[in-house]
Design a protein around this ligand. Structure first.
Ligand SMILES: C[S@@+](CC[C@H](N)C(=O)[O-])C[C@H]1O[C@@H](n2cnc3c(N)ncnc32)[C@H](O)[C@@H]1O
Length: 270
């Protein structure tokens, strides 16, 4: 299967047959069948491939046994228990400023590269309605499993309800229909080459990088987004990285190891 410029078949993963009839088990079973994954009895049975498996009722991605550098802990998105995924966002934070939060106003955001959902969750926890687009099937599976678990928790349900996941790629053969208007903020955080000093990159992120690789079509995605109606286009970059294309951002917001390049809609008189 080809989504955008990505060839996704065969996925480099196998699945551990889930027991029981929980919704996570049903979701994992259906996913493995849809994508034609091989079944294994236990994670590690196929030492060169990732394994999708249930971990305490959550769908996790176990790194290949042959890759000790990736550790043994599965990658699980957990907005309830893991602060790496669910960080609160204050109005003074760079992402909030870049997306144009104002007192009493939160813009609608289309996150075109939702990934592990950290930005989507941060924006939704502050009150934004977020359309969350992701094209990688395994990432999509982990994300939707996490959102379903969050929906079932009273303390998180309202935030989860503001995130509207959409599977696919607007650059692909079957692009999802996305509607923006003049208030929409388009958010892009394409994969950037992993830092050389890999000790600095936490293991769950290394697993993610190994699975997804890079996004060579990031500039094309930005060009597509710029053709849509909107108020702002925000591109997340490492601090020293070049801009996503030759155009200069209108505003740069910096925060620690991150930079947000912000492009504003042209004013009607310009
Ligand atoms: C660096 S990650 C995003 C991380 C995310 N901002 C977060 O807070 O967790 C980039 C993600 O965007 C996805 N992606 C890249 N280009 C895409 C496209 N054209 N359509 C949909 N998803 C895309 C990749 O599959 C990957 O999961």
């Amino acid at each position: 299967m080809v989504i955008g410029q990505l060839a996704l078949a065969p996925l480099p993963v196998v699945a551990c047959r889930p027991e029981g009839g929980s919704s996570a088990a049903v979701r994992l079973q259906a996913f493995a069948e849809e994508w034609g994954l091989d079944w294994v009895d236990a994670a590690g049975d196929e030492p060169a491939r990732f394994t999708l498996a249930l971990e305490n009722g959550r769908i996790g991605l176990v790194p290949p046994l042959d890759r000790p550098d990736l550790g043994t802990h599965p990658l699980v998105i957990d907005f309830a228990a893991d602060p790496r995924f669910a960080r609160p966002l204050a109005r003074k934070d760079a992402l909030a400023r870049a997306t144009g939060w104002k007192a009493g106003y939160r813009p609608p955001v289309v996150d075109l590269t939702t990934g592990l959902g950290r930005d989507a969750w941060a924006l939704a926890s502050g009150g934004c309605e977020v359309t969350a687009v992701e094209r990688h099937p395994v990432v999509w599976l982990l994300l939707t499993d996490a959102l379903e678990r969050a929906t079932a928790q009273p303390a998180l349900a309202a935030v989860a309800a503001r995130i509207h996941p959409v599977f696919g790629d607007v650059l692909g053969e079957h692009p999802p229909a996305l509607a923006g208007d003049r208030n929409t903020v388009w958010h892009l955080d394409p994969m950037f080459p992993e830092r050389k000093k890999s000790a600095l990159v936490k293991r769950p992120m290394r697993i993610f990088h190994q699975l997804v690789g890079e996004d060579p079509d990031a500039e094309a995605l930005f060009a597509w987004a710029r053709r849509q109606p909107g108020a702002r286009w925000v591109v997340k970059r490492p601090p020293g990285a070049p801009t996503i294309d030759a155009s200069a951002p209108d505003i740069e917001y910096r925060s620690g190891r991150l930079r947000f390049d912000c492009y504003l809609a042209a004013s009607p008189n310009s």
